[in-house]
Design a protein around this ligand. Structure first.
Ligand SMILES: Nc1ncnc2c1ncn2[C@@H]1O[C@H](COP(=O)(O)OP(=O)(O)OP(=O)(O)O)[C@@H](O)[C@H]1O
Ligand SMILES: [Mg+2]
Length: 226
């Protein structure tokens, strides 16, 4: 099943008189269950592309269709906040866990903003936290867990509402070699087990090559890797 279709996508920044196209006419698509990676030099446009897909930023030309519905239409109808809340799971380089909330509460958050009942949110959050190996850390605060654990908590938070698409921007950027390996194993096994659709942007060869389909972003364009 087709999940995502990107057509002739352009993102342009204006700097006074000058205009710079940072995303240049990208065509791209994903099916449900695809695990895709994008490598590329710093400044190539990787984060910009991910942010466009996640509706964290707006594009200038072309279109993005999620499950056959244009983001332009989403913006008019339910709104892009609803799109992000319901369709996307984000994982960033920094875990962005909320310091004043426990690991469990952090992982419940996406369900609470979907107005799910607290008891359901707690059950589902505890379930996915168990799955990522944090069953013994539910009531700890982010400051009381390690960097690797924090990133696994961020994975739980990204998956708890079963998003259509998981977007990960340098998710292993702050991890040491051992935690990076654990993270990649976890992502791989979750992807297969839950048939997740994942788009990951990374500098790191081991993570990039874990994906089934691999691209290179170069000057705002997507090329097949190798
Ligand atoms: N708000 C902005 N205004 C102007 N230019 C911007 C803005 N945000 C990003 N850019 C430019 O867009 C280009 C792509 O940036 P982007 O962050 O997408 O790169 P990246 O591939 O993610 O790089 P990195 O690997 O360093 O994270 C860069 O040249 C950057 O300077
Ligand atoms: Mg980036």
């Amino acid at each position: 099943m087709k999940l995502l279709e990107v057509t002739n996508l352009v993102k342009r920044y204006r700097d006074g008189e000058a205009r710079v196209d940072v995303i240049r006419q990208i065509n791209f698509s994903m099916n449900e269950g695809d695990f895709v990676s994008i490598r590329g030099a710093s400044g190539a446009g990787k984060s910009t592309f991910l942010n466009l897909l996640g509706a964290l930023d707006t594009f200038d030309e072309g279109d993005i269709l999620m499950q056959n519905k244009s983001l332009r239409l989403y913006a008019k109808e339910e709104g892009l906040a609803a799109y992000r809340r319901d369709k996307i799971g984000f994982i960033f380089q920094n875990h962005y866990l909320m310091a004043d909330f426990t690991v469990l509460e952090n992982a419940m958050f996406p369900l609470l903003i979907q107005k799910k009942k607290k008891i359901e949110a707690r059950d589902r959050a505890a379930g996915i936290l168990n799955r990522v190996g944090l069953g013994h850390r539910l009531h700890h605060y982010p400051s009381q867990i390690s960097g690797g654990e924090s990133q696994r908590a961020a994975v739980a938070r990204a998956l708890v509402h079963e998003p259509a698409l998981v977007l990960a921007d340098e998710p292993t950027g702050n991890l040491d070699a051992k935690n990076r390996r654990l993270f990649i194993e976890l992502l791989n096994s979750l992807q297969q087990e839950k048939n997740l659709s994942i788009l990951v942007v990374t500098h790191e060869e081991d993570l990039a090559s874990a994906a089934q389909r691999q691209y290179l972003m170069q000057d705002g364009q997507l090329l097949d890797w190798r």
